[in-house]
Design a protein around this ligand. Structure first.
Ligand code: NAI
Length: 380
């Protein structure tokens, strides 16, 4: 396998994971963070991970030493001058990222690809900060990086398409599953998954069910690994709310993505979920079981959330945010859904999905429930 020199900027949660993955895949890695403390913590974390992998017999001692030996912890950007690819994983702030790119560009080689791990910013806006915007591309990993197979590759309008092909092959050689997404808010996964959270909250807000019953509906009826409320508490309500807010805002306030008062108030109260001990659930007590015992009601709740997800996936397909195969892979490999939503819709029957959406729309007369043209128009 051909090896490259990979630069990683930002030694936080994602940067550490990306550095580990690249070094484990045989590449030399240059890792930089502006905070000295973050660099020290990263070195310690990476060493601990390697030790654990040796303990579990996933690596030999020699392999672990070689992996650590391939990671160079540097304290200046000059060290990136001979990198073939730089993956930026710094704080999620457009101005700070742009300012980093303009400092980097005079240092790096003309051939170097500049990739961003951003989860919500426009890649085209990031590219616009560079003299050579054609080298800028999105490369969106999922947390934890070494374990989650999916990577979204997002060309900006300015990106040279050869970089898409190059990153696809590179990601496959890192045993990842690359999918290509249009540069639109939330890319594939963070866009299509929105109804999993928002429709669940809506059902709760309307007083139909408690959190535990809605969670139970999704896990028991359809086999989702975690119900929406348990998942939001796990992700952190601050992060989940910020993604929802950002997708809603950057989709020009599309009503389907509107954030909820319920989650806004949890964030305001610092009830962020597992990390603060309290969110939708109180983790200092035994978690409650579902209040609803009627299996028909449980089924209806689960179906209302699933049909909204299927509708969203067909909308993404219709507007060519990604190919059919990539949308299917994104939701099964990026967020562990039990099935791809497009084929799930076919299996259940598109007409049944359309009928349910139309019924919801008639009931509520809200744009949020309009059936997607992607579901009604079967010709692509
Ligand atoms: P983090 O907060 O854990 O780490 C960010 C690191 O960047 C910090 O160590 C900080 O000191 C450093 N940094 C900030 N400004 C810098 C600069 N100008 N130059 C060098 N270093 C700088 O953040 P995390 O969670 O690793 O996220 C990084 C990026 O990855 C963000 O764009 C985020 O949206 C994205 N992302 C995060 C995911 C997650 O689950 N945490 C998932 C997918 C993408």
């Amino acid at each position: 396998m051909k090896t490259f020199k990979i630069g990683v900027i930002g030694a936080g949660t994602m940067g550490i994971g990306i550095a580990q993955l690249a070094a484990q895949s045989g590449h030399e890695v240059i890792l930089f963070d502006e905070m000295e403390a973050a660099m020290q913590a990263a070195q310690k974390k990476l060493q601990e991970v390697c030790n654990k992998l040796v303990e579990k017999s996933k690596l030999t001692t020699q392999e672990a030493v070689a992996i650590m030996g391939r990671i160079y912890f540097v304290n200046q950007l000059q060290a990136f001058e001979s990198c073939h690819l730089i993956i930026e994983a710094i704080v999620e702030n457009l101005q700070i990222k742009k300012s980093l790119y303009s400092k980097l560009e005079p240092i790096i080689s003309p051939e170097c690809i500049l990739a961003s791990n951003t989860s919500s910013l426009s890649i085209s806006a990031l590219a616009a900060a560079c003299n050579n915007p054609s080298r800028v591309i999105g490369l969106h990993f999922f947390n934890p990086v070494p374990l989650m197979p999916l990577v979204e590759i997002i060309p900006a309008v300015q990106t040279n398409r050869i970089h898409v092909d190059a990153l696809q092959s590179l990601m496959e050689s890192w045993s990842k599953w690359p999918v290509v997404a249009k540069d639109t808010p939330g890319f594939i996964v963070n866009r299509i998954a929105r109804p999993y959270y928002s429709e669940a909250i809506r059902i709760y807000e309307e007083g139909f069910a408690d959190f535990a019953s809605i969670d139970y509906a999704m896990t028991s009826v359809y086999g989702f690994k975690m119900g929406p409320f348990a998942l939001m508490d796990f992700i952190g309500n601050d992060i989940n709310y910020a993604v929802t807010h950002s997708v809603w805002e950057s989709c020009f306030y599309e009503s389907r993505y509107k954030p909820s008062f319920t989650q806004r108030n949890l964030v305001a109260a610092n009830w962020l979920g597992k990390k603060t001990g309290k969110g939708y659930y109180d983790y200092s007590n035994e978690l409650p079981g579902p209040n609803i015992k009627d299996p028909e009601l449980i089924k209806n709740i689960a179906w209302r959330i699933l049909v909204m997800l299927i509708n969203e996936a067909y909308d993404a397909l219709y507007y060519k945010l990604a190919s059919y195969q990539d949308i299917e892979a994104a939701m099964t490999k990026g967020v562990n859904y039990p099935k791809g939503l497009l084929s799930w819709g076919e299996e259940i029957g598109k007409q049944h999905c359309i009928d349910t959406m139309n019924r919801l729309y008639l009931n509520y007369k809200e744009e949020r429930y309009r059936v997607s043209i992607g579901l009604t128009n079967h010709v692509y």
